[in-house]
Design a protein around this ligand. Structure first.
Ligand SMILES: [Zn+2]
Length: 237
């Protein structure tokens, strides 16, 4: 039986909390030392389950942005291709599921040639190839919020309950040069090799406000603020 308590993510009470990886266990690059502590938090079964689907969705798309020449990522890339390969299916039902994922992926392919990289998403780097994978902002937001909740708990021992709020920023690197340089100067960093980097700090004028800049595999980056009283207005998009 799991522990009783509140889920880190949805903050609802559960009498059977599961252990959830903040960054999916399978997302750590091959060279991650075994001694590295993988962040885990308590989560309800529903969140754990739903977030697994969100992570698979992102994994299939982000892995296509990785450089296949980098040996650290080869295992991730092979696994992502296998997950949508109908010929690797173990039974007819599995085959249909893989085919469906492959069809969805193919529908999300966008040609990057001639596209303004600022108008693509995610948009941290120039894509490694002329092909990009579009993905849903709702899925991305759900994932980002999860990671911010996990990081806030692991690094600051802070759960995020109302009225506290999270604001997510997805901006192209070239648009945040000024602000980012200013923010980055105050950020400390938790990182796992070329896997994940969580740069974090407290706002200079209010130490209750947390700042995060989270980068995954060097291809997907977002910024987030956590404020104890939430945010009254919406961010400019
Ligand atoms: Zn939950």
């Amino acid at each position: 039986m799991g522990k009783k308590g509140k889920c880190t993510y949805c903050r609802k009470f559960s009498d059977n909390l599961t252990v959830d990886h903040v960054f999916a266990g399978s997302w750590y690059p091959a060279n991650t030392p075994q001694t590295v502590q993988r962040w885990t938090v308590r989560a309800c079964f529903k969140c754990n389950n739903e977030l697994s689907d969100v992570e698979e969705y992102l994994f299939l798309r982000l892995s296509r942005q990785l450089n296949p020449q980098n040996p650290l990522f080869q295992d991730l890339i092979v696994r992502a291709h296998r997950a949508v390969d109908p010929s690797a299916a173990t039974d007819p039902k599995d085959r249909i599921a893989r085919q469906k994922k492959l069809d969805q992926l193919n529908a999300d392919v966008v040609q990057m040639t001639g596209v303004d990289p600022k108008k693509t998403f995610p948009s941290l780097n120039q894509p490694a190839s002329s092909v990009g994978l579009r993905f849903s902002k709702a899925m991305s937001d759900r994932f980002q919020e999860k990671v911010v909740r996990g990081a806030s708990l692991k690094l600051y021992n802070r759960v995020i309950d109302p009225p506290a709020g999270i604001r997510l920023y997805n901006v192209h690197a070239s648009d945040v040069v000024g602000d980012a340089a200013f923010l980055d100067a105050r950020l400390s960093s938790w990182e796992i090799g070329e896997g994940f980097e969580v740069a974090h700090g407290q706002a200079a004028d209010d130490d209750q406000v947390l700042i995060f800049r989270i980068t995954i595999w060097g291809v997907y980056r977002f910024y987030a603020l956590v404020a104890p009283q939430g945010f009254e207005d919406q961010p400019d998009e």
